[in-house]
Design a protein around this ligand. Structure first.
Ligand SMILES: C[S@@+](CC[C@H](N)C(=O)[O-])C[C@H]1O[C@@H](n2cnc3c(N)ncnc32)[C@H](O)[C@@H]1O
Length: 272
C-alpha cells in the first residue's frame, strides 16, 4: 500500500466510522484490507478504493470494509468494578426513583456480546430477589461479524473463565457434544437483549427509548476529540435525567463540552 493510498483509506475510514488511522497503523490496515482484495479478486489498493467510492461498492462493500477495520477485543466481566458499582450503587438508587421498575440499558459498541451478556447476568441476579424489577438491553455495534456472533450467544469454553461458577451454573448451557467445547447463554438471558447494527457517526440513527444506563467502553479511544464530543452529546440525548454513562478504563470526558458529572472513576451521571 503506497503512502498515498494509505492516506485515502484513513480519510475514508475516519469520516465513515470515526476510527483514527495514524501512520503507525499502516501495516495493520494493509494486512486487514488485503483479505478483502483477495476475496474480491481486486489487484491493487487503488482499485479497491475506487470500487468503494462507486455506488455499487458503497452499497455492497462498505460494510465489509468497516468490519475488517474495527478492533473488537472484549471479555466477559471486563473491568469488573463497573458491575459491582452498578449492582451496589446505581440500581438501588434508580429503583428508589423509578415508578415502573423497568430499566433500559444500552451496550453501545457491544462487540461479540460479552459485555451485554455480562450485564444481563448481573441484572438477572439482581432481579431474582426483586419481584418488580424488569430490564431490557439494547446492544449495538457497527461491525456485522461480531453482531452475528453476539446474536448466537455461543462461546468457546476458554472465554468463560471470568464468569463465576455460580453464574455459569445458572446462565450457561453446555452443548451435549462435549468435544465441541462451547457454551451458550440460556434463552432467558438471550431474550433480554436486542442486537442491532448502529454507527455512532450516523446522525440519523433512530432510538426512541431513553436509557437509565449506557455502557460505551473502549470505543471512544479510537476517535479524535471532536468526534468523542459529538458521540457523547448524542448519548446524553438518549440518557434519562439522572442516568449513568460508563466509559472504558482509559477514557475520560475531561476537557470535552458534555453535560455530565463524574461520580466514580470512568462513571458519569446526567444531572436531573
Ligand atoms: C474494543 S471493542 C469494545 C467492546 C466492549 N464495549 C468492551 O469494552 O469490551 C470496540 C467496539 O466498538 C465498535 N465501533 C467502532 N466504531 C464504531 C462506530 N462508529 N459505531 C459503532 N460501533 C463502533 C467496534 O466495532 C468494536 O466492536
Amino acid at each position: 500500500m503506497s503512502d498515498r493510498d494509505f492516506r485515502l483509506f484513513s480519510k475514508l475510514i475516519e469520516s465513515t466510522c470515526g476510527i483514527k488511522m495514524p501512520d503507525v497503523k499502516k501495516n495493520m490496515l494493509e494486512s486487514r484490507l488485503r483479505k478483502r482484495l483477495r476475496s474480491l479478486e481486486i489487484d491493487s489498493f487503488r482499485d479497491y478504493y475506487d470500487f468503494l467510492s462507486s455506488s455499487e461498492g458503497e452499497r455492497t462493500e462498505m460494510i465489509m470494509m468497516i468490519d475488517a477495520v474495527t478492533t473488537n477485543k472484549t471479555d466477559f466481566f471486563r473491568e469488573p468494578a463497573h458491575f459491582v458499582f452498578l449492582a451496589e450503587k446505581v440500581l438501588p438508587d434508580l429503583l428508589g426513583g423509578i415508578q415502573s421498575n423497568r430499566v433500559n440499558f444500552w451496550s453501545a459498541g457491544c462487540s461479540s456480546g460479552e459485555e451485554p451478556y455480562t450485564l444481563a447476568m448481573v441484572l438477572s441476579e439482581y432481579a431474582s430477589n426483586r419481584e418488580h424489577f424488569n430490564f431490557s438491553i439494547l446492544a449495538t455495534d457497527i461491525c456485522t461479524d461480531v453482531l452475528q456472533k453476539a446474536y448466537r450467544g455461543i462461546y468457546e469454553e476458554d472465554r468463560i473463565a471470568p464468569i463465576s461458577a455460580d453464574l455459569r451454573k445458572k446462565y450457561l448451557l453446555r452443548s451435549r457434544d462435549k468435544s465441541q467445547g462451547v457454551v451458550r447463554l440460556v434463552p432467558e438471558v438471550r431474550s433480554k437483549i436486542t442486537f442491532r447494527r448502529l454507527n455512532f457517526l450516523d446522525s440519523s440513527y433512530r432510538i426512541e427509548e431513553k436509557f437509565q444506563v449506557i455502557f460505551c467502553r473502549n470505543v471512544l479511544i479510537y476517535f479524535d476529540r471532536a468526534t468523542q464530543e459529538r458521540v457523547l452529546n448524542n448519548f446524553c440525548r438518549h440518557l434519562a435525567p439522572g442516568g449513568h454513562l460508563f466509559l472504558g478504563h482509559s477514557e475520560t470526558i475531561n476537557g470535552l463540552d458534555v453535560p455530565l458529572v463524574q461520580v466514580n472513576s470512568t462513571i458519569y451521571r446526567k444531572p436531573e
